[in-house]
Design a protein around this ligand. Structure first.
Ligand code: GRF
Length: 196
């Protein structure tokens, strides 16, 4: 069966990356994560990726300063070298320019720890608490030019409890992310594979 050549982009811990790598062990999984790309030399997820035997690459954003597109063109070259067909953002902490988003239009997805369209951007957990919401959660969405604005592919919900802090809420949502993201990656990959 055809499996999409997939890159997972990370900036840190890589726990969502790990959940996807675990799911992708099944030969019938439609995404084949063949590359882990990071912008941070100290990303803990790199060591984790090594234990899975997946190729890793580093494109450090720092030397590019404010030249976001220059950084992205360097990433794009690496993605092309590996003939990547789908990009999965998993805790990748750089805002992407319209240029890069356009390169991967309807082929790039992201996970965000809120029930989008609520709370795009940062500090999502605290903002849900401050708003007095009764539930919170996470969303996987197609990446478009607006930050965290693309169509939602899948969501998971958790209750928000009276004594929650940003930390306890994040800890309740994280396992939901790990369950949700592999399912959403599968859905997105099948969508891409079934296009004419
Ligand atoms: C996750 O909470 C994800 O929703 C957010 O960044 C965090 C990444 O965690 N975008 P990890 O690197 O996957 O462990």
């Amino acid at each position: 069966m055809t499996r999409l050549r997939t890159a997972i982009l990370i900036s840190g811990r890589g726990s969502n990356m790990q959940a996807i790598l675990d799911a992708a062990r099944a030969e019938t999984y439609p995404a084949d994560p063949i590359l882990i790309l990071t912008n941070r030399p100290d990303a803990a997820g790199l060591t984790l990726a090594d234990t899975y035997g997946v190729a890793t690459a580093l494109v450090d954003h720092k030397p590019y300063g404010n030249d976001r597109e220059g950084f992205e063109r360097a990433m794009q070259a690496v993605l092309q070298e590996h003939h990547i067909e789908m990009v999965v953002l998993a805790g990748f902490m750089r805002i992407l320019t319209p240029w890069f988003v356009h390169q991967w239009s309807m082929r790039m997805i992201n996970i965000h720890p809120s029930l989008l369209p609520k709370y795009p951007g940062l500090q999502t957990h605290q903002r849900a608490i401050d708003a007095g919401d009764s539930e919170a959660g996470c969303s996987v969405h197609w990446v478009t030019e607006g930050v965290d604005e693309g169509d939602v592919i899948a969501q998971a919900r958790v209750p928000l409890l009276p004594n929650d802090t940003a930390e306890t809420l994040a800890a309740r949502i994280l396992p939901e992310e790990h369950a949700l993201y592999p399912v959403a990656v599968e859905r997105a990959a099948l969508d891409i594979l079934q296009r004419p």
